[in-house]
Design a protein around this ligand. Structure first.
Ligand SMILES: *[C@@H]1O[C@H](CO)[C@@H](O)[C@H](O)[C@H]1NC(C)=O
Ligand SMILES: *[C@@H]1O[C@H](CO)[C@@H](O)[C@H](O)[C@H]1NC(C)=O
Ligand SMILES: *[C@@H]1O[C@H](CO)[C@@H](O)[C@H](O)[C@H]1NC(C)=O
Ligand SMILES: *[C@@H]1O[C@H](CO)[C@@H](O)[C@H](O)[C@H]1NC(C)=O
Length: 517
């Protein structure tokens, strides 16, 4: 999940004009009524995870170094002492046990990521690590044997270090072909069993946190430029992979591909037209930065106009936002088989004057004042307030802006605390209940084709540079034990109830509705 980077990205917007207010007229939107209508039949219920956060075995059996391994070993002070992914939850050695937990929980889907450097230690196709392939084959086989559908992320932030040495996402001529080769290998090796693919997880965090405003590896930062270049290359790589699947694998394997985009919902701070416009602008320049290209073939018009204009005013001969060729646009357009969103919180968006022109940054390109009222319920992370209604507004906006015919999946959602609380029914349990009640309203009151929900996460893990100081798991992990012992929290049994009954309460009104794939 995105805990740390979201701090950074939130900070990026708020640093110039942070405001603390009261929730005012938004207060009434908090509702404690929980929907008692069953979720649709066939709803995808699962957990999400990422390789670096759970696997460990960072150099086991021929795995190559990733950029996160590199940071853990060369910038140890960027992590809490000793809290990195070298061993993590040791999931690399606990496939049987962890699939057992998923079976116990009754989920029908498991979202996990493949570590690129585990199957291709240098990131290049000329050096395949069979032990890495075998590890994922075994995981997928055990999931399928238990009727758990794999939902597989190809890239959850962990570039092979060797790819980064050549510029990573900033180097199109290296990155794009290497990623296409890697994805093709995954289709070849796993595509008969994997029907749900994700190319990239949270591109805004990869590009903003990694190459623009900072907060995540590789921290090769260039404010107001690096993020856009990274995103441009990432989008082109995504589109190429999608087209390779169309050409060579779709008929035979019949799977679905998308990109996972994260978003904090930006609610208009008031009903003034200026605030409504500001809210729409920031939603388009965050979620839409990636959703617009894969749905419509290009960046949102507002993003093009604003960055072109500011670049010109800054005396630059070219826009800081790169331009797609016509061929790239047609490859991008429609390069998704479902939509998805990782969601945690909501902010209010208020109109403000454009930031001074000498500020070259992503935040200044957007120029909005975002904030969270003081009286919104806090979690262990500063930026993360509990705002259940935001979940409904966000998914409804995605459906209205990008369509829902192909289905929408919430690919991450969860509650953060210090990770040590086992009796978390009133915190984490209530969080899932209230967010899911709003998502249930999206389905039945707004008529949106929401088809699945992945809780973050099955177990406590390595939250990137935050180590395990904050965590979101339904299982506690004893990081002090060699065994990395997993212990169920109260939220685990509540989530099990939800996924096995389709119901948030003790009993629900049955439904004949089925998810529409
Ligand atoms: C990309 O990588 C290649 C191979 O290492 C190198 O020759 C080239 O200069 C790099 N380009 C950029 C933009 O970094
Ligand atoms: C905006 O208007 C709607 C509909 O009239 C109302 O429900 C909502 O509370 C208003 N929001 C604010 C922030 O005033
Ligand atoms: C290791 O963890 C497993 C699963 O949680 C547990 O059954 C086992 O007893 C643990 N072993 C030790 C030595 O703690
Ligand atoms: C569901 O909720 C409605 C309205 O709150 C209520 O009238 C109904 O009795 C409830 N049904 C069940 C089965 O809980």
């Amino acid at each position: 999940m995105t805990i740390i980077v979201a701090v950074i990205s939130a900070a990026c917007f708020v640093q110039l004009s942070f405001a603390v207010g009261t929730s005012g007229s938004h207060a009434h939107l908090f509702s404690n009524e929980v929907s008692n209508i069953s979720f649709p039949n066939g709803f995808m219920w699962g957990y999400a995870s990422a390789a670096y956060q759970v696997e460990g075995g960072w150099d086991a059996d021929g795995k190559g170094e990733s950029i996160w391994d590199y940071d853990a070993h060369n910038h140890a002070n960027w992590f809490p002492a000793g809290q990195n992914g070298d061993v993590a939850c040791d999931a690399y050695h606990k496939t049987e046990e962890d699939v057992g937990l998923l079976v116990h929980q009754g989920v029908n889907t498991y979202r996990f990521s493949i570590a690129w450097s585990r199957v291709l230690p240098t990131g290049r196709i000329d050096n395949i690590n069979q032990a890495g392939i075998d590890y994922y084959k075994d995981l997928i086989k055990r999931l399928k044997e238990n009727n758990i559908e794999p939902l597989v992320t190809m890239h959850h932030w962990d570039n092979p270090r060797a790819i980064e040495d050549d510029g990573g996402f900033l180097n199109a001529s290296v990155f794009i072909p290497a990623f296409v080769d890697y994805a093709t290998l995954l289709f070849e090796q796993f595509g008969d069993d994997v029907k749900w693919w994700i190319t990239f997880n949270e591109p805004k965090q990869i590009c903003g946190g990694g190459y623009d405003y900072g907060g995540f590896s590789p921290q090769t930062l260039s404010s107001g430029r690096g993020g856009y270049i990274c995103a441009h290359n990432l989008l082109k790589a995504h589109a190429k992979v999608y087209r390779v699947y169309d050409e060579k694998y779709r008929t035979k394997q019949n799977g679905k591909i998308s990109m996972v985009i994260d978003e904090s919902w930006n609610e208009p701070a008031s009903n003034s037209s200026a605030d409504i416009e500001a809210s729409e602008r920031v939603n388009l320049m965050t979620y839409g930065w990636f959703a617009h290209p894969i749905v419509y073939g290009d960046y949102p018009e507002i993003m093009r106009t604003r960055i072109d204009k500011r670049s010109a005013q800054q005396g630059l001969s070219e826009s800081r936002l790169p331009v797609f060729t016509e061929e790239e646009k047609s490859e991008l357009k429609g390069s998704y088989d479902y939509l998805s969103v990782n969601m945690y919180t909501t902010v209010l968006a208020a109109a403000t004057q454009d930031f001074p022109i000498d500020q070259i940054s992503y935040g200044a390109d957007i120029s909005v004042n975002t904030y969270q009222p003081d009286d919104w319920e806090r979690t262990a992370a500063d930026w993360f307030r509990v705002v259940p209604w935001g979940a409904r507004h966000l998914v409804r906006w995605i459906a209205q802006t990008y369509g829902d015919k192909k289905g929408i999946i919430v690919t991450e959602n969860g509650y953060t605390d210090n990770g040590e609380v086992l009796d978390d029914l009133d915190t984490r349990g209530r969080f899932h209940k209230m967010y899911l009640s709003n998502l249930n309203d999206v389905i039945y009151k707004d008529g949106v084709n929401l088809i699945g929900y992945m809780a973050w996460s099955l177990m406590n893990d390595v939250e990137w540079y935050a180590g395990w100081l904050t965590n979101l798991g339904h299982y506690h992990v004893d990081f002090n034990s060699e065994n990395r012992t997993r212990t169920a929290k109260a939220s685990a049994s509540y989530y099990k109830h939800i996924v096995t009954t389709n119901c948030l309460l003790d009993s629900c009104v049955p439904t004949t509705k089925k998810i529409n794939l």
